[in-house]
Design a binder for this molecule. Structure first.
Ligand SMILES: Nc1ncnc2c1ncn2[C@@H]1O[C@H](COP(=O)(O)OP(=O)(O)O)[C@@H](O)[C@H]1O
Ligand SMILES: [Mg+2]
Length: 324
């Protein structure tokens, strides 16, 4: 260990130090181990070798262009209103990812394949963004339905390219609105193609990735997903309709820079019932905009009620035309 240090071979030195830390941890000396690890992280960062794979926030080029959409994470986890259980589980993933070198020393792979299940507008895409934001990783979004429609017959090979990329460039890869694969319900309605795509997906998910890219699939329709597919995920996270506590949080979190005084929360909560997190945020936002243009600094209960009501009407208009 000392020799490698004397010879300036930092990586060897670090990896020996980590082995010592691991040995300490195995003997129950958690604190010593934790301290050593932190020192190595610091030293690695300062020697500019912190990341084994350079992280670039670059838009994909060449053949990947049009398959992956780079999105800059705008959110952190604290921006997302979620039930405690979800926050805890997302934090667990973050922890495993941040300490993945440590896990690797013990031959463990950090959790990195996640399925987000829940109704539209409940924060699935937002949470994926937050996860990327927390890990300081780029977020790449893949829209499978458009991929399938655009590359009819070649979808599996396009998927291969995407998964290859996850092994080369560490990032969070979000297969948004993943239902297309599981459901056999695409514009093309080609069952054979869907089966091919699904099988490829299953196979690619099994492959290990040296870069520890995080793969997230999001879906509104868990029932349409194949059981074989569900088993492939390290974690399945369920998003729900908002509770009244969450509704209140969503609204108060979005009325800045205005204030609401003597709000009638009973009425507001009643009116917000049945709306998604997304609809509640947008209603709050609309109420705020009106008040700003009216040159008011105070938001009233009625402002909110009106906008929440409006969201219900929009939803009804949509379901009526759909049903017709
Ligand atoms: N749980 C949440 N907490 C805070 N804002 C939310 C939440 N869910 C949705 N939103 C708001 O609604 C928008 C759309 O949500 P999104 O994450 O796209 O929903 P989903 O992917 O589940 O359909 C978000 O950008 C955010 O403004
Ligand atoms: Mg979404």
């Amino acid at each position: 260990m000392l020799r490698s240090r004397a010879e300036g071979d930092d990586e060897t030195f670090f990896s020996i130090a980590l082995q010592v830390a691991a040995a300490e941890a195995r003997q129950g000396h958690r604190e010593v181990a934790e301290e050593m690890r932190a020192e190595v992280d610091k030293a690695r960062a300062s020697s500019g070798r912190g990341q084994s794979v350079p992280i670039q926030f670059a838009s994909p080029r060449g053949s990947l262009e049009g398959l992956l959409e780079l999105r800059n994470p705008r959110f952190n986890l604290k921006d997302v209103v979620l039930k405690d259980e979800l926050v805890r589980r997302i934090n667990d993933v973050l922890r495993q990812q941040r300490k993945r070198d440590w896990l690797r020393e013990y031959g463990k792979t950090p959790n990195r394949r996640l399925l987000f299940v829940g109704p539209p507008g409940s924060g699935k895409t937002m949470s994926a963004e937050a996860l990327a934001g927390e890990l300081h990783l780029p977020l790449y979004v893949i829209r499978l339905d458009s991929l399938i429609t655009r590359y009819m017959g070649e979808t599996a090979s396009k998927l291969r390219m995407i998964f290859d990329e996850t092994g080369k460039r560490r990032g969070v890869y979000l297969f948004d609105e993943f239902d297309a694969v599981g459901s056999h319900r695409t514009a093309t309605n080609d069952v054979a193609e869907m089966r091919r795509v699904l099988n490829s997906f299953l196979q690619f998910m099994e492959e290990s990735s040296a870069t520890d890219s995080v793969i997230i699939c999001s879906t509104n329709h868990p029932k349409l997903l194949d059981r074989a597919l569900l088993r492939r995920y390290d974690q399945v996270l369920e998003f729900d309709a908002p509770t009244s506590v969450q509704i209140r949080k969503l609204i108060t979190g979005h009325i800045g820079p205005l204030k609401i005084v003597k709000a009638n929360w009973r009425k507001i909560l009643l009116e917000a019932e049945g709306l998604s997190q997304s609809e509640i945020v947008r209603a709050s936002d609309d109420a705020v905009k009106t008040a700003i243009l009216d040159e008011r600094r105070i938001l009233s209960t009625d402002d909110l009620l009106e906008r929440l009501h409006e969201r219900h009407s929009m939803r009804n208009a949509f379901t009526e035309t759909k049903g017709a």
